[in-house]
Design a protein around this ligand. Sequence first.
Ligand code: GRF
Length: 219
Amino acid sequence: MSQSRKTPLPLVVLISGSGSNLQAIIDACAAGRINAEIKAVISNRAEAYGLERARRAGIPARVVEHTRYSDRQAFDQALAEQIDRYAPGLVVLAGFMRILTDEFVNHYRGRMLNIHPSLLPNFQGLKTHQRALDAGCTEHGVSVHFVTPELDGGPVVCRAVVKIQPGDDAETLAQRVLEQEHRIYPEAIGWFAAGRLQLVGDQAILDGEPVAQMDKTLT
Ligand code: GRF
């Protein structure tokens, strides 16, 4: 196992909306459950409530609006410039609803995580809760993964399962999945900050072992 770091890992968190995952990460850092410091929160939407959460926690809150840029590449360049000002050791996508260019993703390879509300590799993309219901699944859930150019396709770090109950609709299911998001995302970030989690080639490695060969489903 790698030696755990003493100085807190600098994080930049990207959001687009409510920022409840951001809040879970802020709380986990404050409680000392993650040895990290959020240096900035950046949103592509000025009205994202997560910006208010950041300000309340005394964290610089920035907006880089995608609508102000002529194309994806120009937006990603502007975003990367903002992020890199803070020299993060890890970039955390927390409900950041933009497709990123390969160039951007490769720039942060091995140091960018995302949370996706499905049991990956099932249901990459949007409307995951409804799609799980429509497919007649008995289980659904959430995954944390390293970000690679394939949308929601990077190596999985950990997952949490949510049982689908009779009478569930997309909203009730989303609510229970979100509770699990708030639990597993800080945990995964904590592993990374402690030097326990790395991306090596195409594999997520935790405590020296490929995650793909373990069942990193957190119960
Ligand atoms: C979460 O369900 C996340 O998995 C998804 O967008 C939602 C963001 O929620 N990609 P919040 O902004 O963290 O409250």
